[in-house]
Design a protein around this ligand. Structure first.
Ligand code: SF4
Length: 464
């Protein structure tokens, strides 16, 4: 039988069909949290990269990549995370393994590199990342780190992040396991009762400073940033905080769970992106502490009122040009997509495609609940699928990270970087205005008039 099918359907490999869903079209039974399909390519990074993005912003630690130089280059200054003090994290050190090391082992080279770098930079701790080849040749990272740590008197922590051993989430877990060795190793006597740790914010463009300022106005003390503008000593005493605030569904949740099990510190999931989620996160913290401080809720309400009274008129101006435009979202952790969806509704824009690299079943159920009928929900997509979906849905603006940017530009549509490369703070109330300006600038740029959009062409295929 011969029939015409859409480009999107023809592009999805049979083995990937269960990783795509359309809101309102049948029951959601999305396959997710699995290894990427061989041969299908993927927007995902490797396990090593997952661990790097989480640990890298710890600014006074040494970060040594044990592997060929390419792994270190690939993740050099990967998040552009800002520091208010030391900037050791921005240097990318590597043992630069060569063929001879692969044959005879790289442990001696690793030990020499650690000794030299610790003497030269005097870090507060060192993280040593295992890459694919180290997993293959079987260097004993644990033993080398223990030896050097004892000799130098600082924590030297192996990060078991061999690139091939799973998907990016495994990297998050390896990072949390490494940080877990620091937690509980410094005194906590001077920590005040209203205290939190901020988990899962990486201080891109100084965002964690904005969020910390809100907490300061509420009278809440921040013990540790995990990990944006992070410090080793703060993480060591983070078990003294009364509450963990976890942003980003994947990256630091494992650490929050370990702290809950071991120290009984509860955690709540928060998001600092968009108006509702930012306000809701502050109110959740205020509610948590209101028994100790009965005026905290009122202080928080005043903060939110004052921020919104400045923000809303400015958003209304930008909304006039954005109303009705169509948006595609593809992000690392799906939790961010929830906030982005709400933020776009404030701008009068319609999200028609939303996907993530590492979403869980619960994440996708939530996405199905909050998206409009017909919205495409996709797990672990690849460039071909994303391009086909974007054409099918007539998208005006794509929101993603470094790997999604060329897809948008090749298709001739606006792009907003919501990941590693951006230099503009998008969190908090002030960030919402920056976000709206970014979106407005890109989606309404006259340059798109000169780029002919590639229209969808239905494919003629033969079945049976
Ligand atoms: S760890 Fe492996 S997959 Fe990751 S960058 Fe290095 S070689 Fe590539």
């Amino acid at each position: 039988m011969k029939e015409a099918i859409g480009l999107s359907e023809a592009t999805i490999l049979d083995e990937r069909k269960r990783q795509v869903h359309r809101t309102g079209q049948g029951e959601l039974d999305l396959a997710c949290n699995t290894d990427s399909l061989a041969g299908a390519v993927s927007q995902r990074a490797c396990v090593f990269c997952g661990s790097r993005v989480v640990l890298y912003p710890i600014a006074d630690a040494l970060h040594l990549v044990h592997g060929p130089i390419g792994c270190a280059v690939y993740t050099w200054d990967i998040r552009g995370a800002l520091s208010s003090g030391p900037e050791l994290h921005r240097l990318s050190f590597s043992t630069d393994l060569k063929e001879k090391d692969v044959i005879f082992g790289g442990e001696k080279k690793l030990e020499a590199a650690l000794n030299e770098l610790i003497d030269r930079h005097q870090p507060k701790a060192a993280f040593v990342y295992s890459t694919c080849i180290v997993g293959l040749i079987g260097d004993d990272l644990e033993a080398v780190c223990r030896r050097v740590g004892e000799a130098k008197g600082i924590p030297v922590l192996p990060v078991q992040s061999e690139g091939f051993k799973g998907n990016k989430r495994e990297g998050y877990k390896a990072a949390c396991n490494a940080m877990w060795k620091l937690v509980g190793t410094a005194p906590i006597d001077d920590i005040p009762p209203l205290s939190v740790n901020i988990l899962g914010d990486f201080n891109l463009a100084g965002e964690i400073w904005m969020v910390r300022e809100y907490f300061q106005r509420m009278g809440v003390n921040v013990v540790a940033n995990v990990t944006g503008d992070g410090r080793v000593h703060d993480i060591r005493r983070s078990h003294g905080a009364k509450l963990n605030l976890v942003q980003c569904s994947g990256a630091t949740m494992d650490l929050a769970k370990m702290m809950k099990d071991e120290y009984g510190i509860p955690f709540i999931r928060v998001s600092y992106l968009g108006i509702e989620d930012m306000a809701d996160s502050l109110y959740q913290v205020a509610d948590f502490f209101q028994d100790q401080d009965p005026t905290i809720v009122e202080r928080t309400a005043e903060l939110v009122r004052s921020e919104l009274s400045q923000l809303m008129p400015k958003l209304a101006e930008l909304r006039k040009d954005l109303e009705g435009k169509r948006v595609a979202i593809y992000v690392g952790g799906a939790f961010k997509a929830f906030s982005l969806l709400k933020a776009f509704r404030h701008l009068g824009m319609q999200v028609v495609l939303v996907g993530s690299q590492t979403g869980t079943k619960e994440d996708y159920e939530e996405l199905e609940r909050i998206t409009d009928p017909g919205t495409i929900i996709v797990d672990d997509a690849n460039p071909l699928e994303l391009s086909a979906f974007i054409k099918e849905k007539g998208v005006d603006l794509f929101v993603g990270g470094v790997k999604e940017r060329p897809i948008a530009y090749k298709l001739g549509l606006g792009f907003c970087d919501h990941n590693h490369e951006r230099k503009i703070a998008l969190a908090g109330f002030e960030g919402m205005y920056n976000f709206a300006k970014e979106v407005h600038l890109s989606a309404t740029s006259p340059v798109w008039r000169f780029v002919p959009r590639r229209e969808q062409t239905p494919l003629e295929v033969t079945h049976g």
